[in-house]
Write a protein that binds this ligand. Structure first.
Ligand code: ZN
Length: 149
C-alpha cells in the first residue's frame, strides 16, 4: 500500500511538472472542454482522429496536480489507439477510481493503476476523471475543428 502511495506521488509529481502533450493542437478535428467546478479544474482535449484511430492528442488547461497528471498520463496512453481501445481504457479507469473492489486489472492499466489512490478521496475522483470525460466528449463530438479563418 505504501509502495503504491509512493508511486502515486511520484507519477503525479512527474506528470504535473512535465506534462506530456501539453499544448493546443491547431489542426485538431475533434475537441472538447471539460470543467470541474468542485475544484476549479479546466481541461481542453484536442484530437486528430483518422479512420477511427487517435493519431494525435494533446491537452491544455489549468487545474490541480491530479487533474493535470491524469490528463498527461491519459494522452500518452491513448495516442495511437483506436476509439474502441480508448473507450475500454476510459471504462477501466472509471472502475478503478470508483470501485472499492479489487476486480480491476492493474497490470493492463500500467501507470494508471496509481490513480486507485484517489478512491479514498471522493472529491479527487472528479479531478482524476475530468480529462477522461473530456476525452469521451471529444471522441463523440462532430468534427468541429476550431478555426480562426
Ligand atoms: Zn482538481
Amino acid at each position: 500500500m505504501s509502495e503504491l502511495r509512493e508511486l502515486y506521488q511520484e507519477v503525479i509529481l512527474d506528470h504535473n511538472k512535465k506534462p506530456r502533450n501539453f499544448h493546443v493542437m491547431e489542426d485538431a478535428n475533434h475537441h472538447a472542454d471539460g470543467h470541474n467546478p468542485l475544484c476549479g479544474d479546466n481541461v481542453s482535449v484536442y484530437l486528430q482522429l483518422d479512420n477511427g484511430i487517435i493519431q494525435d492528442i494533446s491537452f491544455q488547461g489549468s487545474g490541480c496536480a491530479i487533474s493535470k497528471a491524469s490528463a498527461s498520463l491519459m494522452t500518452s496512453l491513448v495516442k495511437g489507439k483506436t476509439i474502441a481501445e480508448a473507450e475500454v481504457l476510459f471504462n477501466r479507469f472509471h472502475d478503478l477510481v470508483t470501485s472499492s473492489g479489487e476486480t480491476e486489472d492493474g497490470e493492463a492499466l500500467g501507470k494508471l493503476a496509481v490513480f486507485s489512490g484517489v478512491r479514498d478521496y471522493p472529491a479527487r475522483v472528479k479531478c482524476a476523471s475530468l480529462p477522461w470525460h473530456t476525452l469521451h466528449a471529444a471522441l463523440e463530438s462532430e468534427a468541429s475543428a476550431v478555426s480562426t479563418e
